[in-house]
Design a protein around this ligand. Structure first.
Ligand code: FMN
Length: 183
């Protein structure tokens, strides 16, 4: 009975990769590093695989705090919200940095030159700056990096009448199991 919700969440996530303005294009990524402080930020969902792996891919600068956190503690959360459907997806998984140079290079080549600047600042993101108009960029090299998140729990919540719907999908070994929860 939970299958229909499993299909819906997959379809919406996939749709967000191509449908202009889809709210699942953006998610909130939560990490907790050694300082034990939860840190949240908006990211763009770049790719999503198919179950059982269901890998979520995001791009970032390898000097960013989220990368430090992931190295310290790979357990992360992703939060998606679709206001039109009143649908929330809470995802828990393990993150790792892509090491495959060929894969990194292929993706880097596909990023348009304007967006490449996001990974080219000569000093690290989050460093203090005297004047925001004076950011220097590298001529050589870059700090582009890809994070892949392999989920082990996905929670679907839809607010609706006569009652809300909350379903937890858990990965056990290689298979996903769904169960309804009290909303
Ligand atoms: C609409 C929007 C989309 C963003 N997308 C990304 C992204 O895909 N990757 C990324 O690293 N930061 C992205 N950011 C910036 C992050 O929210 C965050 O400020 C930055 O990555 C630094 O986070 P950190 O210091 O916690 O690592 C985005 C911000 C906004 C407002």
């Amino acid at each position: 009975m939970t299958q229909v919700f499993w299909q819906e969440l997959q379809q919406e996530l996939k749709k967000s990769l191509t449908a202009k303005g889809h709210p699942f294009r953006y998610a909130t990524l939560g990490t907790v590093g050694l300082d034990q402080m939860a840190r949240l930020r908006t990211i763009v969902l770049r790719d999503v695989g198919t179950p059982p792996d269901f890998t979520f891919t995001i791009y970032t600068d390898q000097r960013s705090k989220k990368v430090t956190h992931i190295k310290e503690n790979p357990k992360v959360s992703l939060l998606f919200y679709h206001p039109g459907k009143l649908l929330q997806l809470k995802i828990e998984g393990r993150a790792h940095l892509v090491k495959d140079e060929e894969k990194l290079n292929t993706q880097w080549q596909q990023i348009n030159p304007n967006s490449r600047k996001d990974y080219l600042t000569s000093i690290a993101p989050g460093s203090s700056l005297q004047n925001p108009d004076q950011v220097a960029y590298l001529d050589n090299g870059h700090h582009f990096c890809m994070i892949e998140i392999t989920p082990f729990k996905i929670e679907y919540l839809k607010l609706k009448r006569p009652h809300h719907l909350r379903v937890r999908f858990s990965k056990e070994e290689k298979d996903w199991y769904g169960e309804f929860l009290v909303p």
